[in-house]
Design a protein around this ligand. Structure first.
Ligand SMILES: Nc1ncnc2c1ncn2[C@@H]1O[C@H](COP(=O)(O)OP(=O)(O)O)[C@@H](O)[C@H]1O
Ligand SMILES: [Mg+2]
Length: 265
């Protein structure tokens, strides 16, 4: 089983077709820490996440450094890895959850199959072992009626249940870092809280760090020890979640708090 990884992003800049869109971004996520990134639309949050995951579009270029660190102190520079090495890292060491579980999950395969894709890639599993792993994962992410859910197709379940299945897929191979980009943005407000609580449960189990991204500070504050505020591709403010909520220094931070309906509970 993987243990919590550290993430160190240093002077990350990203340009697309010659236009600089992310400028000199630096931050760290310590082992077992939960860090949130907030910012308005187009502030560079998703590109930053894609750069960390090695999934930038072909027309984009990243410079700077993105390192993950193992518990024994060894580090890996992700920006210089090959596509093949990055593919191995994703799922195995870095789990990813995106906004829209409809696009993250194939409509043609059962939730159980998709939840165990990364596992099946890394371990030889018999059919019954894979089925058992799917039920175990479905239970871990609190899918209702796990034994039935693993045989359901995405369109047969609610958006919240789909996102739980997508999270199960992301954590199936026990990654040490979980990367979530707008994981609750497509969900009804009534089910957002449960999904965010699930991230906390996963981190609390003690073998994962979390970088969670959203435009919604009300969501992010529930899953973050620290928050970074992005604007126009730059980190304009950072601090403990309490500091950011109680003493926002930047106008953008205050605007994001106001957009979420004032200081969130
Ligand atoms: N594939 C792309 N081609 C051109 N510009 C892009 C592409 N992806 C993102 N951008 C631009 O980069 C900026 C940051 O985008 P993004 O990281 O998606 O923002 P956010 O996730 O914060 O809403 C935006 O101005 C966006 O228009
Ligand atoms: Mg985005």
């Amino acid at each position: 089983m993987t243990q919590s990884l550290t993430l160190r992003v240093q002077n990350l800049s990203i340009s697309i077709a010659g236009t600089d869109v992310v400028h000199d971004v630096s931050f760290e996520v310590a082992a077992g820490e939960r860090v949130g990134i907030i910012g308005g639309s187009g502030s560079g949050k998703t590109l930053t996440a894609l750069a960390i995951a090695g999934l930038l579009p072909d027309e984009a270029t990243a410079t700077g450094s993105v390192q993950i660190g193992q518990p024994d102190g060894t580090t890996t520079e992700l920006l210089s890895l090959s596509e093949r090495e990055l593919a191995k890292l994703r799922g195995d060491q870095i789990g990813m959850v995106f906004q829209e579980p409809k696009t993250a999950l194939s409509p043609f395969q059962t939730l159980g199959t998709q939840m165990t894709d990364a596992l099946a890639l890394h371990y030889r599993l018999s059919r019954s072992e894979r089925q058992a792993a799917a039920v175990r994962l479905a239970t871990q992410v609190s899918l209702k009626d796990p034994a039935r859910m693993v045989n359901a197709y995405p369109h047969e379940v609610s958006g919240g249940q789909r996102q739980r299945a997508a999270i199960a897929a992301a954590i199936s191979a026990s990654p040490g870092l979980l990367l979530a980009d707008e994981p609750t943005t497509a969900l009804d407000v009534s089910v957002q809280r449960g999904v965010l609580d699930l991230f906390n449960t996963i981190v609390d189990r003690g073998d994962c760090s979390l970088l969670c991204i959203s435009h919604d500070i009300a969501a992010i504050q529930l899953v973050s020890d620290r928050i970074l505020v992005f604007d126009a591709g730059r980190v304009v403010e950072s601090g403990s979640t309490l500091e950011i909520l109680e003493r926002p220094a930047h106008a953008i931070t205050r605007a994001l708090i106001a957009a979420a309906g004032g200081a969130p509970a």
